[in-house]
Each structure stands twice: as structure tokens, then as C-alpha cells.
Design a protein around this ligand. Sequence first.
Ligand code: B12
Ligand code: SF4
Ligand code: SF4
Length: 238
Amino acid sequence: MNSITGYIQDELLRRGADMVGMGDLTGLPPEIRHHLPIGICAAVKYPDEVIQGIADLPTREYNDWYNRLNERLDMLVTQGAELLWTMGYTALAMTRAQVGNGEAENNTALPHKTVATRAGIGWIGKSALLVTEKWGSMIRLSSILTDAPLETASPVNRSRCGGCMICTKACPAGAVSGKEWELGLYRDEFFDPVKCRQTARERAKLGFGGGNTICGKCIEVCPYTRNAWKPHPKRTEA
Ligand code: B12
Ligand code: SF4
Ligand code: SF4
């Protein structure tokens, strides 16, 4: 790894990222990547207990962490971009203010998950979430676009879900069709964002009185997420 790649990675990890990857974006249309060739993916992880707590319904604690991790990510990518600027490179922090939340059409021009697969962080699960070997899908994502000469990872182009259908069966909205993602398969061919959004809004209201459109059952049931949970003292005693 060249020194600037190592430096940026270490700085983002030191400042609170749980995973960092660099991806070559030149295969994507220049206008959606602001004519910049490299994407840095930063991921932060929910505490195990917060995800374990949403088995029945989304909780206020999950809602608080959702907001907290979004703020942490905005800060991280802003600081990462500032570091790159001071080194003389162009860098754009893909904060929520920059990207928007896709509210109108459930779409953003360059989703963080696209940067994440290009950066070798994980694959798109049947759930439509980014799934990683290390933390499953209990992570939130953001990204930085840059022209810095960073070393990029091998992209992930195939799913590792295999025959698993757990999220398809568990999704209360019936939004997850069960079709396996591969490069080129558009989200709406295997996942229904309208059903998900509607049900997540209802479940958030039921769980803690509403506010955000959140549910997260597809995160909690995923075996890759569950494999990452540390043994809990109270549970192992019982
Ligand atoms: C709009 C939106 C929604 C909509 C639509 C969901 C969706 N899957 O698109 C609604 C309201 C339904 C929603 C719900 C949720 N969301 Co949401 N959402 C977004 C948002 C703001 C934009 C997503 C978007 O543009 N989608 C458009 C479609 C086309 O893209 P996509 O599904 O994101 O991903 C596709 C591409 O990445 C493509 N792709 C992957 N690699 C490559 C490579 C190449 C070369 C190409 C061409 C394409 C490609 O494959 C994917 C599937 O087609 C992102 C934040 C962001 N700015 O990215 C968060 C985001 C996707 N949401 C997130 C989360 C966690 C949730 C919820 C769990 C909410 C909650 N907290 O309870 C649910 C889960 C729904 C689900 N199972 O996907 C996280 C996902 C984290 C993860 N581990 O994957 C994100 C990234 C927010 C974040 N900052 O972390 N969300
Ligand atoms: S967030 Fe809830 S409703 Fe949306 S896909 Fe996941 S399990 Fe289904
Ligand atoms: S629950 Fe199974 S099918 Fe769904 S994303 Fe996780 S591994 Fe893939």
C-alpha cells in the first residue's frame, strides 16, 4: 500500500471509522462521480445490542444510533476530504447535505453502496443492503470522491448470499424478493423500496412513536450480522 493510502485509511480509522476501503470508480459515468476517479468508503458499526434490540420492532435506541452514526459519518468524510485538500488533491465529502436522502424517488445519483462494492467492502445482499463478512449489514456508510493517487481494492461483483432466504422470509413488508444480486441487476428488479418505506414508517410509529423511516429487521436477521455478535455475558450465563 502506498503511503498516502495508508495515511488516509489510518486517519479515518483513528477518527472513528470501523471499516475503510478505496475503490476505482472510472467504470461509472463521470457525471455521477463528479468527474473524480476514486471513491473512499467509510463504514461505522452499530453496537451489537442496538441491533439485537430491534428483533420485534424498531426502538428509540436504534433511532438515536441511526442519527448519531449519520452525524459521525458526515464528520468523518468531511475531515477525510479536508486532509486530502491540505495535501493538494480534490476531494468531495458525500455528506447527507451533499447527497440528499432520495426521499422523492428512493434514488441518489451515486449510492454509498456502489462505492462500497467498488472498494471491496462487501456485496449487495438479497436484502438490498451492503453485507460484509466482518459485520454483516449492521453498518452505515458514507463516501468521499477524490483524485488522490490512492491504491484501490478489488471490487466485489458477486453476492455471497447463496441459498439463504432469511431476509426474504423475515421482511414484514414483503419487499425482499429473494433474487440474488449480481453486477448489473438494478435494485428494483429484486427489492421493492416503496413497500419497505411504507412499512418502515408504520413500524417506527409502532415501536417508538415514529420520526424516522426505520425498521432494520433485515439487518438483525442476517446470519452475517449475527455471526459478528460478541458473546454477551448475560446470555452465556443463562
Ligand atoms: C433512498 C434510501 C432508502 C430507501 C430505498 C432503499 C434502497 N435500497 O434503495 C428506503 C426508505 C426504502 C430505505 C430503507 C432503508 N435504508 Co436506506 N438509504 C437510501 C439512500 C438515501 C439512497 C439509496 C439509493 O440511492 N438507492 C438507489 C439504488 C439504485 O441503489 P441502492 O439500492 O442504494 O444500491 C444499488 C447500487 O449500489 C448497485 N450497485 C452496487 N455495486 C455496484 C457497482 C456498479 C458498477 C453499479 C453500476 C451498481 C452497483 O446495487 C445496489 C442494488 O441495485 C441510502 C444512502 C445513500 N446516499 O446511498 C440509504 C441506505 C442505503 N439505507 C440504509 C439503511 C440501513 C436503510 C434501512 C435499514 C433503514 C433503517 N435504518 O432501518 C432500510 C433498509 C432497506 C433495504 N433493505 O435496503 C443504509 C444501508 C447500509 C448497508 N449496510 O447497506 C444506507 C447506505 C444509508 C447509510 N448512510 O448507511 N433507504
Ligand atoms: S427495513 Fe424492514 S421493511 Fe425494509 S426491507 Fe428491511 S425488513 Fe423489510
Ligand atoms: S439474510 Fe441471507 S439472503 Fe439476506 S442478505 Fe443476509 S445472507 Fe443474504
